[in-house]
Design a protein around this ligand. Structure first.
Ligand code: GRF
Length: 195
């Protein structure tokens, strides 16, 4: 199973997936990083790991459809079967959704449906909840709205700042993402992949 990871930022979840593949915990091949921020640290991680990168600037295209068609060409070039969004800060459009329906997941730093969108950690702190967490879900056209696959709870501790809470959430993400992805891949391989 060939995976493409999509990221826009630091790429620590991308790194967790690379590490899981290297240690045999993820029985899939990460074949491509797709990144809409050419200077993102995720790109450096890919270079270090020898993973090809397709980076693009959305401003160079007239529409989402146009840049997603380019992405699709790259995905096909690398025989990608499955997409793992990891901090990709764009809504996925119909070109990629149609091509990868049921084969695209995202990780989000809250217990969805609570706190979708940007700054989920800040939203949780502002709401004063005692628990937040991490959600792995399939991707649909909405903002963090697709069917939930698995969630993990992270306690909000007294005195937590955005940084301390974020750090605990990310630790949980780095454990959850490879584990859940491995389960999904296992199931999809057992059921046979249809493209
Ligand atoms: C993660 O918190 C993820 O849940 C969210 O974006 C963040 C990406 O972090 N979608 P990183 O780039 O993987 O470090």
């Amino acid at each position: 199973m060939n995976i493409a990871v999509f990221a826009s930022g630091s790429g620590s979840n991308f790194q967790a997936l690379l590490d899981a593949e290297a240690s045999g915990k993820l029985s899939a091949a990460i074949k491509l990083l797709v990144c809409d921020k050419p200077n993102a640290f995720a790109v450096e991680r890919a270079n270090k790991a020898g993973i090809p990168v397709y980076s693009f600037n959305a401003k160079d295209f007239s529409s989402k459809e146009e840049y997603e068609r380019e992405i699709l060409v790259e995905l096909q070039k690398h025989s990608i079967d499955f997409i793992a969004l990891a901090g990709y800060m764009r809504l996925v459009g119909t070109v990629l959704l149609d091509a990868f329906e049921g084969r695209m997941v995202n990780i989000h730093p809250s217990l969805l449906p609570h706190f979708p969108g940007k700054d989920a950690v800040g939203q949780a702190l502002a709401a004063g909840v005692q628990e937040t967490g991490v959600t792995l879900h399939y991707v649909d056209s909405g903002m963090d709205t697709g069917p939930i696959i698995e969630q993990a709870v992270v306690a909000v501790l007294p005195g937590d700042t955005a940084d301390t809470l974020q750090a605990r959430i990310q630790k949980t993400e780095h454990e959850l993402y490879p584990r859940v992805l491995q389960n999904i891949i296992h199931k999809q391989m057992a059921g046979g992949i249809t493209k």
